[in-house]
Design a binder for this molecule. Structure first.
Ligand code: BMA
Length: 367
């Protein structure tokens, strides 16, 4: 019965389309490039999972600002298929983000990554608009409420959103095409370490923050954006995972941010949340990804093939993104660099057919 209904529907739609002089219905809320990125994110998991790295081409261990350099490429010969950057402090109008990366450089690298066929994502560690301190300032639990319509900081915050939209709209190819990006604000909200976190606002306030963000981006014409929902690994059932989900009409990809401290605890939490995400992904028709992960300094020489690969390959994950290789903070890195003890294992990980680096990703033909 169900199949019969679907067939009838398909036939009616085909008949309507062939008789109609109207162009085929398209999703005008997204540019063609954003729609193609959406397709890639959905279909890539049938081939394997892309590898991503935050701030990959701008600095690494022992270097900064070199042209076309990447710790990941230095180790395995290829760039990560996904590169992410952070917008934190763009709202203040400065030239550099919170990690002292110039926004001009970020723009250039985002275009370069798009031109080489890769994927670009942005997080936003936005300052606390009430106290003027950073994202991690959780001293006041009325901040989200205060930026929503009617709140004391609403006007100021809309200006901040405009700054983000203007920057993202300025990331264009030489032909003027806006580079499609996966925007990932309001992340790790299931913990309480950011001013938009679990104990700092209600579920309704959090969802309103998303809706307001999305609507402002649309008003500003930033229709090249896709949106990622990225809780931490705290939720272990779909009710908890979706407690603050802003809705299918806003979100394009569901994610999780989770780091290893203790191996067993990491595997248990990640397995739990990834199994939940698989159900949510199927029920909501959204691709899923490990939007941030890693093991700081990688003090396990076989972590790549001994922990990360066996964990992730069980699930239909589109990408796994490693956090940054800080050049200004000792022992704060998540990808190997030449000479690191996990280098040989990372090369094995790279050679595994399931891991998709830039060249692997470029070989996939998207239907
Ligand atoms: C954190 C750390 C910080 C950094 C922030 C934003 O996880 O890496 O040093 O400032 O992300 O990139």
């Amino acid at each position: 019965m169900r199949n019969l209904k679907i067939m009838t529907g398909v036939m009616m739609l085909a008949a309507f389309t062939s008789c109609s002089t109207e162009p085929a219905v398209t999703d005008n809320s997204k540019t063609p490039e954003a729609r193609f990125l959406e397709k890639q994110l959905k279909e890539v998991a049938a081939h394997g999972f892309m590898i991503g790295h935050h701030d990959d081409p701008v600095y690494g261990i022992g270097w900064e600002g070199d042209s076309a350099r990447s710790d990941i490429r230095s180790v395995c010969g290829d760039y990560p298929a996904v590169m992410s950057f952070d917008l934190g402090r763009i709202e203040l109008g400065g030239e550099m983000n919170l990690d002292k990366v110039p926004f001009d450089r970020i723009r250039k690298e985002a275009v370069a990554q798009y031109n080489r066929g890769g994927v670009v994502s942005f997080s936003w560690h936005v300052d606390n608009p009430v106290t003027g301190k950073d994202s991690w300032d959780v001293s006041d639990s009325t901040v989200v409420r205060s930026v929503l319509p009617g709140g004391a900081n609403h006007g100021k915050f809309m200006g901040w959103l405009d700054t983000v939209a203007d920057f993202l709209n300025s990331i264009r190819t030489v032909d003027g095409v806006k580079v499609p990006v996966l925007f990932r604000p309001w992340h790790e909200h299931t913990g309480s370490w950011f001013w938009w976190g679990q104990n700092l606002c209600t579920a309704d306030e959090y969802k309103s923050l998303w809706k307001m963000t999305y609507e402002r981006m649309q008003e500003k014409g930033a229709s090249q954006l896709l949106y990622a929902y990225s809780p931490g690994y705290e939720p272990q059932d779909s009710t908890a995972y979706l407690e603050r989900y802003p809705g299918d009409s806003i979100i394009d990809l569901i994610g999780v941010d989770g780091y290893q401290f203790d191996r067993d605890a990491y595997l248990k939490s990640m397995d739990g949340v990834l199994a939940v995400m698989k159900q949510v992904s199927e029920a909501h028709g959204k691709p899923m990804a490990v939007t941030e992960t890693g093991y700081e300094t990688i003090p396990d020489s076989v972590w790549w093939t001994g922990t990360l690969l066996p964990l992730v390959e069980k699930y239909p994950v589109s990408y796994v993104l490693l956090w940054r290789n800080a050049r200004e903070r000792e022992n704060h890195y998540y990808a190997p660099y030449p000479g690191h003890t996990s280098e040989a294992d990372f090369v094995k990980f790279y050679e595994n057919p399931k891991t998709l680096f830039l060249n692997d990703f470029n070989k996939i033909e998207f239907k």
